[in-house]
Structures are given as C-alpha cells and as structure tokens.
Design a binder for this molecule. Structure first.
Ligand code: AMP
Length: 177
C-alpha cells in the first residue's frame, strides 16, 4: 500500500450535537469526518495499521455506521466483510441477540453461515459508548465459532466505561473523548 502521512487530529472533525436523539445525550456526529477525504482516509489507514499484521480473515461491521468504516477496512486488509444488521433485514437464516439499551432493548442479527469455525475476526463500529452493542456482537461471533482477534472503534466515550464490558478482547479506539 502507498505510504501516506498519518498526522491529522481526527478529533477536530467530529461534530458534537447536544440533546440528540434525546435530552442529555451528546451525539458524536462522524459525518463531518467522513466528508473530508484526507480525514476519512486517515481514519481507515490507522485502523488498517492496527490489524494488518494479524492475518484477519473477516471484518464484522455493525449497522449502520460500522458498515461505513468496516467495508473499506476489509477491502484494504484484503479480507471479507460480514454485516451485523438490525432485526428483520438479513434474508438467510440468522442468529439473533437481544440486548439491553439505556431505555428498552434492541435486537441484532448475523447470517448463521457468515463465519466458519476458527476464522480470525475483527469487529468494528463507529463508537464505543456503554459497550452493550459490541458485547452482543462478540457473543454472536463466538457462538458461530469465530475467533475475535480485536475490536476497533473510531471514537471511544471513556467515561461510559464500555471497555470494561469487552475486557477479554484487545480494544482499540482512534479518538478518546
Ligand atoms: P453502546 O452499546 O452503548 O456502546 O452504544 C454503541 C452504539 O450506539 C454505536 O453503534 C454508536 O453508533 C451508538 N451511540 C451510542 N452513543 C452515541 C453517541 N453519544 N454518539 C453517537 N453514537 C452513539
């Protein structure tokens, strides 16, 4: 791969939207990073750098913003991409997992044949908050026999301690807020 300089302050491209989608939430908007070519490219390159020597076979991306980051990462690593989607979207037989959110619950699904036993997998999403979403995805990947080599996020909200829920895996984040 062509060498590019990795020296941007990626945090400055993240837009904070107070009280979205509900009062009290500081929403971290990555669209302001995605629309800047050099920043988007550097984001992907930095993630590639974290995993390129790990012989990864599959990148698992979490709907929807995990797809935006996960697909170019898989392409650059030369490995496959597996989507984890919200309930009812995947057409073939699925494994599903329901997990608790701050208010209510959510269900995620993955195709049962998406991962072969023993395959080396990384999981990616845009942001680590409480860790509940990624934890549910880890459980699904392992139930299908995947070996989780690492987990990558663009942003980590450190005060929410999501990392503690993922303590059995190497967790990497590019921007800590
Ligand atoms: P959690 O399960 O609490 O770690 O939440 C992670 C998921 O919710 C990710 O898919 C994020 O995109 C989304 N999310 C949670 N909190 C925020 C936030 N403050 N800003 C943007 N996205 C968020």
């Amino acid at each position: 791969m062509k060498e590019i300089e990795l020296d941007l302050d990626l945090a400055q491209y993240i837009r904070n939207i107070p009280d979205f989608p509900q009062p009290g939430v500081q929403f971290k908007d990555i669209t302001t990073l995605l629309k800047e070519g050099p920043a988007f490219r550097e984001t992907i390159e930095r993630l590639v750098g974290l995993f390129e020597d790990k012989e990864i076979e599959l990148v698992v991306g979490i709907e929807a913003r995990g797809f935006i980051v996960g697909a170019p990462l898989a392409y650059s690593l030369g490995c496959g991409f597996v989507p984890v989607r919200k309930a009812g979207k995947l057409p073939a037989p699925t494994l599903s997992k329901t997990y608790d959110l701050e208010y209510g619950s959510a269900t995620l699904e993955i195709h049962r044949d998406a991962i072969e036993k023993g395959q080396k997998v990384i999981i990616v999403d845009d942001l680590l908050a409480t860790g509940g979403t990624t934890r549910a995805v880890c459980e699904m990947v392992e139930e299908l026999g995947g070996r989780i080599i690492g987990i990558g996020f663009v942003i980590e909200l450190e005060s929410l301690k999501g990392r503690e829920k993922l303590s059995s895996y190497p967790v990497h984040s590019l921007i800590r807020l």
